[in-house]
Write a protein that binds this ligand. Structure first.
Ligand code: FES
Length: 164
């Protein structure tokens, strides 16, 4: 089964497997490596991992569906996550989300048809003291007040243009 990954990634995956006395322990590192290079984890990738680690495909799929940071379909070039959990909810994250949906023309839980941006209402982003929190790709933005949100929208639009 060909995962269409560069040799360097396949080597990195083999190296991860060798690190563990039980090869199934490498399942999460392999999922992260695949997502890093493909942007998501396909059914084919899950089957490949299951075969290589002597697991059942359903065991790999359970992990992919359990962890919200793992994706089963491609995300936009810019991935925006708004925290929906308690501290952020109390600090107005629903309004932050609404503003972003409108500004980016992308409903929550979807990817823009051009593939430029994805918007998600996400579980706790582990920065509760900085609520409300927005994550753009891997960068966390805390204390997103309405004024700061406007600046952030401009930043996101710039990034979309750069990556588009
Ligand atoms: S509740 Fe939003 S970061 Fe934890």
């Amino acid at each position: 089964m060909d995962l269409e990954l560069p040799e360097s990634v396949l080597h990195a995956m083999e190296a991860r497997i060798q690190r563990y006395p039980q090869k199934r322990s490498a399942v999460l590192p392999l999922l992260h490596l695949i997502q890093e290079h493909k942007g998501y984890i396909s059914q084919k990738a899950m089957q490949w991992i299951a075969q290589r680690l002597d697991m059942q495909p359903i065991e790999v799929q359970e992990l992919v569906t359990f962890y919200p940071m793992l994706h089963q379909k491609p995300c936009g070039h810019v991935h925006v996550r708004v925290c929906r959990t308690l501290s952020c909810a109390l600090q107005g994250s629903a309004q932050v989300l609404k503003t972003l949906e409108k500004a980016l023309n992308c409903p929550a839980g979807s990817t823009h048809p051009t593939g430029s941006v994805s918007l998600e209402f996400f579980e706790c982003l582990a920065n509760c003291h900085g609520a409300p929190v927005v994550m753009v790709n891997e960068v966390l933005h805390a204390d997103v007040t309405p004024e700061r949100l406007q600046a952030l929208v401009e930043e996101i639009k710039k990034e979309i243009k750069m990556k588009g």
